[in-house]
Design a protein around this ligand. Structure first.
Ligand code: ZN
Length: 409
């Protein structure tokens, strides 16, 4: 079908001769599980299992309206601890206020240490990313690609409205307060907001037999995060608490704007801007303002990342210390602490210092690696792992002992 249109589209609405989709929404039991894997259902989640293993409401009275497959619903409800209590930040970390030229934004109300939980947001809505019509045989064959796209946008609006109509009044109000950058391309008020504000997650996907597809997660507060090519936060989906967790990727100063990214951070400034055009955004971050300095540094990070693409940490090839430090400096200068490449260079630096017997520096990078894991998937920061460099020290000592060179202090 090609990408959906954006920007000013002249002919929107349904093409002549195509009727509005007739869509009957049936009430479904939130606990019902016997759906076909690909069958899409409107459901209110999460639920929780009580002490007698019966499905009941979650511990927090905030619910998400979902339009998801039978496969995904079963996956959600088979998650151990589903419906657990939502995490709370140790204190209020952010405010939502005007960001010059960007509408609303999220700002730090205090200094926030790297790794700290800023907010845990239970989504307003979860929808499929690739939207499709449910018309059967009713679409005239003469439609152009453009007209077909408009039919899909209109039909999706009707289907999504069935979920929005199920929302609690305060949640519905919050949804319609979200920004909409798709006002002129034929997207309806619901689809436009979903396209503007959604987040993806590798855990929220159809991966079962005969199913494939991504979902988009629409949060209230997290939707206020503006873009930066050097984002200072990272979010990840935590299934048991059914929340998007937002954490600081580096130390954030009071009143600094909290940012995420809407594009591929490894691309050049010009390529990033081409992606951001779809959001009608002109990025004014330090890297975009100085491509002559930034682009070569990002290229260095990109080449590093490509070299190690898809490899787990334990399988990485060691590299000379000066090369590692050079790449590490590029990641820091570009503010790319959220990326996988950053974790890889930090891991190798930790090992390189362990091998040299430089315990102090080894722990510096072990702490960075620990924070990266914490920010990326919620793994707790374990002081013993930092102490021992995730076992790197023991490996290095064993290697030295084998060589008969271990010098005891
Ligand atoms: Zn930028």
């Amino acid at each position: 079908m090609g990408p959906l249109p954006y920007g000013l589209v002249e002919k929107t609405g349904l093409p002549p001769g195509v009727e509005k989709l007739k869509y009957e929404n049936t009430e479904f039991s939130a606990g019902r599980l016997d759906y076909a894997p690909m069958q899409k259902i409107h459901t209110t989640q999460p639920l929780r299992y009580d002490e007698r293993d019966r499905l009941t409401l979650p511990l927090d009275p905030v619910m998400t309206e979902c339009y998801i497959s039978g496969f995904l619903k079963r996956k959600i409800l088979s998650t151990p601890g589903i419906g657990s209590r939502m995490l709370r930040p140790s204190s209020t970390m952010h405010r939502i206020s005007e960001s010059p030229g960007k509408g609303l934004g999220m700002f730090a109300t205090k200094d926030i240490p790297a790794g700290e939980l800023i907010v845990a947001d239970r989504p307003l809505l979860i929808f499929p990313r690739n939207i499709a019509t449910q018309r059967t045989g009713a679409v005239p064959l003469h439609l152009t690609m453009h007209e077909m796209q408009q039919v899909i946008l209109n039909d999706t609006e009707v289907i999504y409205k069935a979920s929005v109509d199920r929302m609690e009044p305060d949640r519905k109000e919050a949804f319609f307060k979200l920004a909409n950058s798709h006002t002129d391309d034929g997207s309806g008020p619901i689809v436009g907001r979903v396209r503007t504000n959604g987040f993806g997650s590798a855990d929220m996907m159809d991966l079962g037999e005969g199913t494939a597809g991504q979902y988009t997660i629409i949060c209230d507060e997290l939707s206020r995060l503006n873009h930066s090519c050097s984002p200072n936060t990272k979010h990840f989906w935590d299934m048991p608490t059914f929340c998007m967790q937002l954490r600081a990727t580096r130390h954030i100063k009071k009143d600094e704007e909290l940012t995420t990214t809407y594009c591929d951070l490894m691309e050049s400034a010009a390529d990033r801007q081409a992606t951001l055009d779809a959001y009608q955004l002109k990025c004014d971050c330090a890297s975009c303002a100085n491509p002559a300095i930034s682009d070569p540094r990002r290229r260095k990070c990109r080449e590093w990342g490509n070299q190690n693409d898809g490899r787990v940490l334990a399988d990485l090839d060691p590299a000379p210390l000066n090369r590692l430090l050079d790449v590490f400096k590029a990641y820091i200068a570009e503010g790319l602490e959220e990326t996988i490449g950053y974790s890889q260079v930090v891991f190798l630096l930790m090992n390189a210092y362990a091998e040299k017997g430089d315990v102090q520096n080894m722990r510096v990078y072990a702490k960075r690696l620990s924070l990266w894991k914490h920010v990326s998937n919620g793994d707790p920061v374990d002081p013993r792992e930092i102490e021992t460099g995730f076992g790197a020290l023991a490996v290095a000592e064993m290697a030295l002992r084998l060589k008969g060179k271990l010098k005891r202090k």
